[in-house]
Design a protein around this ligand. Structure first.
Ligand code: SIN
Ligand code: FE2
Length: 212
């Protein structure tokens, strides 16, 4: 499978090391959503509990060799779904290929994700400001794919109190961050009640990482 070269002028730099690739996943979006449906039949979306004991409003699942989980013991990656004890479903090759190509378009060659977090946002759902810091190798970027209902992504800096920007992420948009921006704070503002032809009232997000 080949993707057309992504035009340089369609790449929006957010900060050194971070960029937004508008529409990068648009063509593959229906395939991705179909795969999400199948994957979450095997490893259902669920509301994880934070170490502080709160139920996360975003529903999550995973595919790939490692999956991100949270419970009262903390945040970590596991090879198996704690609900079923079975390994997380394999990452479809269309997923890893897209992540590798998006990372390359953002300047990160040879990205090979071993973890894909599947997030589902319903209207009113938000994800508070956080860093992705449970991965072993911080030289590898994060690749984040937006599908369905439009969201407002909150993009901050290296410190929690740094100024934040709100970016509109639409169906098919991809954000990549690494290098000097790898540990930047980010989150998702409360999802508005809206509708998308392919996802109804939901937004899905795929976050690809090299976790192990
Ligand atoms: C995340 O930070 O894990 C998800 C970001 C998003 O949903 O855009
Ligand atoms: Fe994150």
């Amino acid at each position: 499978m080949t993707l057309p070269l992504f035009p340089d002028d369609a790449r929006e730099t957010l900060d050194p090391g971070a960029c937004l690739l508008r529409g990068f996943a648009l063509e593959q979006a229906p395939t991705l959503l179909h795969a999400i449906h199948t994957l979450t039949t095997h490893a259902p979306l669920r509301h994880l509990i934070t170490p502080g004991g709160q139920r996360m409003s975003v529903a999550m699942s995973n595919c790939g060799a490692l999956g991100w989980v949270s419970d009262k013991r903390g945040y970590r990656y596991t090879p198996c779904d704690p609900d079923s004890g079975a390994p997380w479903p394999a990452m479809p090759s269309a997923f890893s290929a897209l992540a590798t190509q998006a990372a390359a378009a953002a300047g990160y060659a040879d990205f090979e994700p071993d973890a894909c977090l599947i997030n589902r946002y319903a209207s009113g759902t938000r994800l508070s400001l956080h860093q992705d810091k449970n991965e072993r190798d911080m030289t590898q970027p994060i690749v984040s794919v937006s599908l369905g209902v439009t969201a407002r992504f909150v993009w901050g800096g290296a410190e929690r109190n740094d100024k934040t920007r709100r970016l509109t992420l639409e169906h098919g948009d991809v954000v990549v961050w690494g290098g000097p921006a790898r540990l930047n704070f980010h989150g998702v503002a409360e999802l508005a009640a809206s509708h998308h032809a392919l996802t109804d009232s939901y937004r899905f997000n795929l976050t690809f990482r090299k976790a192990g």
